[in-house]
Design a protein around this ligand. Structure first.
Ligand SMILES: Nc1ncnc2c1ncn2[C@@H]1O[C@H](COP(=O)(O)OP(=O)(O)OP(=O)(O)O)[C@@H](O)[C@H]1O
Ligand SMILES: O=P(O)(O)OC[C@H]1O[C@H](OP(=O)(O)OP(=O)(O)O)[C@H](O)[C@@H]1O
Ligand SMILES: [Mg+2]
Length: 393
């Protein structure tokens, strides 16, 4: 059985905290004691406005990471979607996006974004999927609107030392079968993921496991003798390698990247949230879809647009998004206007660029120009019907 040896604040206590005032009274017998009372009035926000209860407010709130490795890339992504965030100064936690009316941006720590989505104090947020799963604790209130924002890639993984009793252990099954783990001497795993960790070992049927937690530099724990294994995020793998640790087969808990997440109640009931989400989703998808594509234009000799189209469509890498656009190139020869060439325009995936150029040349393409694409707006945002379905709308 997985046991957990850490002290946790109960989840239900969190939503009440924004109304908690901290004071140090001179009259108090203990000069440094703090007293906590729960206000029934609205709290005063840093920007001087009065904060409102979730049910009273009509402004839409988007939570973005206030610091850490997700912060700058989130702002860059929004900027690339023509949704630049206007922040008066870096220490001010409230901002706006001039392109979207009635929207406040609140800068928060990623885990607080998730908690505030659950409590209804935020409506939308951008964070890593790992944070949603860890701090959201499978709450049905959290709805992933876009699951692949293209940054913050990492995975949550179990890792063990490369040396000693683990030298020949390379999978979860082998780890589970080690005779060393008994009820008195369980496998000690250190992790910051105190929800996902125990859930994972239970799913994997690992017996005799105990967890402890720490805030960072977990990779030091095995060498310090504090833990046998670690469960932490890995991206390049450098930290594991440098600390003589290895990942094992079937040890990946979760693949993660930045996601757009929303509160279900807000999407369904709060005025304007669904429309704003649709707009943000459209812009994100148009930008992210375009990131992987290039526009290729070329000239091609031919007798008719149809004949050129047949040649292009005979090549597997040249069909484009819907098919090639083909236009006649009008030339003046001996006083009359003739069409000997056709200009073709196609979108090709960046990865297939060179293959596409080879195929174009093979069917007579010349003067090939390649340019980046900024946005691809499809007829319908692919994730939109999926979102409506999740909401039962
Ligand atoms: N190598 C990585 N290590 C940790 N997080 C990563 C990595 N690569 C991407 N990420 C993403 O970045 C997020 C963590 O960012 P960061 O560590 O800056 O914030 P935080 O965990 O909230 O802050 P703190 O560690 O100070 O509590 C993760 O939740 C994950 O989604
Ligand atoms: O696979 P890598 O690219 O080496 O990245 C993984 C490391 O990065 C993170 O630590 P972070 O930098 O957030 O420091 P921390 O331990 O203080 O949280 C994570 O907790 C790992 O330790
Ligand atoms: Mg960190």
């Amino acid at each position: 059985m997985a046991a957990f040896q850490a002290l946790f604040i109960p989840r239900c206590s969190y939503p009440a905290l924004p109304h908690c005032f901290v004071s140090a009274s001179n009259a108090s017998p203990k000069p440094h004691s703090v007293s906590c009372c729960f206000s029934t009035t609205a709290p005063v926000l840093e920007n001087g406005t009065i904060g409102t209860d979730a049910s009273e407010r009509d402004v839409i709130r988007l939570g973005l990471p206030s610091k850490g490795r997700m912060a700058s890339e989130t702002l860059e992504l929004l900027k690339d979607c023509q949704l630049s965030v206007r922040q008066v100064n870096p220490r001010q936690y409230v901002a706006d996006i001039p392109q979207i009316s009635n929207l406040e941006v609140w800068f928060q720590r990623p885990k607080d974004i998730v908690r505030k989505l659950v409590s209804g104090d935020l409506d939308l947020g951008i964070v890593g999927l790992d944070t949603v799963c860890e701090h959201g604790k499978d709450d049905e209130e959290l709805i992933i609107v876009h699951d692949a924002l293209g940054f913050g890639d990492c995975h949550l993984s179990l890792a063990i030392p490369k040396y000693g009793i683990f030298e020949n252990i390379n999978s979860i099954d082998e780890l589970a079968r080690m005779p060393q783990w008994t009820p008195d001497k369980p496998l000690r795993i250190v992790t910051g993921f105190t929800h996902l960790g125990p859930k994972f070992v239970k799913e994997k049927g690992l017996k005799h496991v105990t967890f402890s937690t720490a805030d960072g530099a977990l990779e030091a724990a095995p060498a310090m003798g504090i833990a046998d294994a670690i469960l932490d995020l890995v991206s390049s793998g450098t930290t594991l390698r440098e600390n003589n640790l290895k990942e094992i087969e079937d040890g990946v808990v979760l693949e993660s990247e930045a996601v757009l997440v929303a509160g279900k109640q807000a999407l369904i009931h709060r005025k304007g949230v669904l429309d704003t989400t649709h707009e943000i989703l459209e812009r994100l998808e148009a930008h992210l879809l375009a990131l992987g594509q290039l526009t290729v234009t070329a000239n091609m000799r031919g007798n008719s647009a149809e004949e050129v189209a047949k040649r292009i469509l005979s090549q597997p890498s040249l069909s484009g998004l819907q098919g090639p656009t083909i236009s006649p190139v009008f030339c003046k020869r001996n006083g009359s206007v003739t069409v000997d060439y056709y200009a073709i325009v196609i979108c090709v995936p960046k990865k297939a660029l060179y293959k596409s150029v080879q195929q174009l040349r093979a069917i007579g393409g010349s003067g090939i120009l390649v340019s980046p694409l900024t946005y691809i707006f499809e007829e319908e945002t692919p994730r939109w019907p999926a979102l409506l379905k999740k909401l039962g709308l």
